[in-house]
Design a protein around this ligand. Sequence first.
Ligand SMILES: Cc1ncc(C[n+]2csc(CCOP(=O)(O)OP(=O)(O)O)c2C)c(N)n1
Length: 540
Amino acid sequence: MSTCGEILVELLEAYGIDTVFGIPGVHTVELYRGLPNTRIRHVTPRHEQGAGFMADGHARITGKPGVCFIITGPGMTNIATAMGQAYADSIPMLVISSVNHSHELGLAGGRLHELPNQRQLMSGLSAFSHTLMRPDELPDVLARAFSIFSSARPRPVHIEIPLDVITAPAGHLRRTVAALPSRPAPAPGAIEQAAALLQKAQNPVVLLGGGCSDAADDARALVEALDAPTLLTINAKGVLPPGHPLSLGSNQSLEPVREMVRAADVVLAIGTELGETDYDVVFDGGFSISSPLIRIDIDAEQLSSNYPAAIAILSDAALAMAALRLQLERNGFSAAGQGAQRVQDVRARFEQDWPQAFRAQQQVLETIQQTLPGVIIAGDSTQPVYSGNHLYEAQAPRRWFNSSTGYGTLGYGLPAAIGAKIAAPQRPVVALIGDGGIQFTVAELASAVEAGAPVIVLLWNNSGYGEIKRYMQNRDIPTIGVDIYTPDFLAIARGFGCHAVAPASFAELREQLLLAADATRPTLIEVREDADFITAFTPA
Ligand SMILES: Cc1ncc(C[n+]2csc(CCOP(=O)(O)OP(=O)(O)O)c2C)c(N)n1
């Protein structure tokens, strides 16, 4: 008779899961018994944090949950950081772990991998964490998880299975997927109120967040109907196409943009938590909204956090934006036609003040985008990522994401890029990462080679924690702990079985990118901040 572990993988396949990231251990081997009976691919990272980041990168491309198989205890504490990043960025992730025998839970018996209360630890990092006490709970708990993934704000879900339950007979369980709820539609009255407010506005502003990633057409149609200057969070990059006349990019932290938001007579925020890492990357508390705020969000709690809403609409972003546009049309509304001009005026003011350091980094990013059309860039928390967050315009949603948002961890960029490449093998995928960040998860180069995921690692090497050093210098703090020893990354990458190059010009960078995009192995391209072709952009 099939065990609970075997039925679990059958059910995951039935829910459309095609990839699982995990490092097996004696506590999870029974999750693997049934895998060959499915078409699910197993990818082995070198650390559970890598598993979580890969699952996150995979989910950001597919929109489906990234799934991990993780051992009790150390496996779970290792993946906690990745769950924190996914939680903060609203990424669907399903973490299935083992836990000690059901009769041992909470007894502190000193069992292998035992944590005092693993579920309690994980419940702070997930939509919910459930201990499966009987195989019969399995279909319902999976239905709960996939209901969240399909129709609520996406978050990680953790399901832990005691060792005796993984092996318990479960052949009697139903193998079909549950009927999943559809996403909530907006209340008609709230849409009428919002339309009435927007129609009266002379200076509206629209703020689009990652919740609009799958609603680019509706978003574009709505902001054009409103003729409103529009800001995109970093996870919303690409919701408006590059060069769109109403787009102010992700520049919410720049003073001319903030002035414009303060001067707005109505602000419409959709699928955005209005959080610090998008609206206040300078950490000075300077972003504010003084006009009536209309919020649209799939998460009821979010509608009343950070900024109170005058009109709060609980809804899927696409459904609400389509309804709002229809209502404006019905009301015979046509916009004043000042939007593009307002955008141009504000852009002219902030573009003249770009920091000098942005120029070389912009050149690197433009070289990548022009050389590799359709590229996905998964970034870490490094200087060219910060400048790209301002400058880079993604061709489409889900093409630019990084860990400088939300939780803000280091070590994300490389494994997230591997997950993205596994999800979209036909696209070039670049990990944009610094010499500090890569040392957190560099061993995942081995996983990429093994998985046949030829990612391109663009390593920004400034021999230290550059951004933190700058931060210390600006505050007259001695620069302790930031000039770290950096190894020979080219030798390390080759040791892992990757190609490794250090271009000496932008022409060479282009050539290497093209070769890397066609390669069957990963390529590490090291760009040193002090290389001549980079410093050529810095004034003497
Ligand atoms: C897990 C974790 N530890 C520490 C930090 C603090 N931190 C943020 S950026 C940064 C510097 C990273 O250096 P590097 O990857 O070389 O990028 P650079 O700033 O030099 O461009 C540090 C230490 C963090 N964000 N996450």
